[in-house]
Design a protein around this ligand. Sequence first.
Ligand code: NDP
Ligand code: BG6
Length: 483
Amino acid sequence: MVSRVIPVDTFDLVIFGGTGDLARRKILPGLYVRFLAGQIPEGARIVGAARSEFDDDGYRSFVSESIAEFVAKSKQDKTAISEFLKCIHYVPIDALGKGGWPDLAKLMRLDTIRAFYLSVGPRLFGPLAERLHAHGIANDKSRIVVEKPFGRDLKSACALNAVLAESFEEHQIYRIDHYLGKETVQNLMAVRFGNILFEPLWNSQYVDHIQITVAETVGVGGRGGYYDKSGAMRDMVQNHMMQLLCLIAMEPPSTFEPDAVRDEKLKVIRALDPVESHEIVRGQYLEGENGASYQIEAENPDSHAESFIALRTHISNWRWNGTPIYLRTGKRLRARVSEIAVVFKDPPHSIFGPQEGRRGNVLVIRLQPDEGMNLRVTIKEPGPGGMRLIEVPLDMSFAEALGNDGDDIPDAYERLIMDVIRGNQTLFMRGDEVEAAWAWTDPIIAAWEDRHDKPKPYDPGSSGPEDSLMLLHRDGRRWREIR
Ligand code: NDP
Ligand code: BG6
């Protein structure tokens, strides 16, 4: 199936940090793929900005290399690439200096959408926002995109919000959480609110519990410096997993307008119970057969940062009272899998008598790999010999169902950047949401710090520390396998 592409209005997009890793791996390749899809209008300008000295041609070579490395070969079209490169410009700028700003101002066109992507560390957000205004480059129609991490606690997030608010209105600020740009995450809303089938069952009367797993096989690699100060709680739970939790648990918004959706997400975060220490397991991978060890990779032999978290939480509202929600994420686990499993209760009475080992209905929304949905239902085992029940999956791989290969599912960044140009904030975090998420996270981290908590070791390639299995066993439940 060929997806429908709605072109956006022409724009000037400046990528501060245009020479960085994120720009190279995600932003620039994503923009090229949108160009190839016909979504980027002729005349759009994409301007890289950083301290490195490049001229336009030098930066075009940089962009061309990033496309060669990070875009699927099937999408590398020579003519399209050379047309796309005509949109590319570069201005050397130090975010903390004075040079380059007049050149950037000259490149910006009047009456054109202006977006500024701050793909730089958060310490540069304030200086960049301030200089964009001082040089008359940003106006009240401009949009500013900011990357994670948005603070490392409530206090620093409030400070960042305050700095941005000095130069931009909330409706101009796009705080990225790339999980919200994932196709299946958006599908979660389509499934919940576009079908009558699920919503009546979507509450504690019918849902036994919810499991959200984001398991990675990669370790911290070259990002140890950042990760070691962050750990899985700040890196994954406070943002990506919290967003998934919000979308699965929120009330139906009255419209699909940005604030209607974000108001509902905010209510979920504010209704989350504090997590007690017995409801959380921290882990750190430690030298398995392949020798991978977190402390060696992070180059910190004394590190107590967690590369794994499993926790139980609960939403105190009418819909979810009594339904635990289990979150689990970690690096160097057995398989790369991100999924949300909604585990339904058993029917109130079995007319077929006791059925050994039978499990109830489970709806699994797979974010990656192999995006899709799977609903486990009970049927009769075929053949004579009485009524024996078995579970079979109603399985839908989006790639198969929609007749495309995985390459046709747009990367999260492609979708999100186009939303910025369209001026649609639905899939971006509002300032109060981020603050509420930190307000929930802070006491959990503070409790570890107070008691000098050490993460439990786990083998690379495993499912995490044993204690994380116990978290569910104690409740008479079990995690889905990571595979
Ligand atoms: P890098 O360190 O690779 O790149 C940083 C960029 O900032 C470079 O382009 C650098 O260019 C530029 N820069 C640094 N100092 C200045 C300055 N004073 N003035 C102007 N430009 C400056 O970082 P990443 O690309 O990895 O990350 C960028 C942001 O995105 C960070 O906030 C990160 O947390 C976030 N992020 C990154 C992800 C990733 O996968 N990489 C994933 C999610 C979020 P130069 O040295 O030429 O000035
Ligand atoms: C990033 C985290 O935000 O998300 C990384 O900083 C993590 O540590 C990554 O690996 C996971 O993203 P994805 O899209 O690969 O699941």
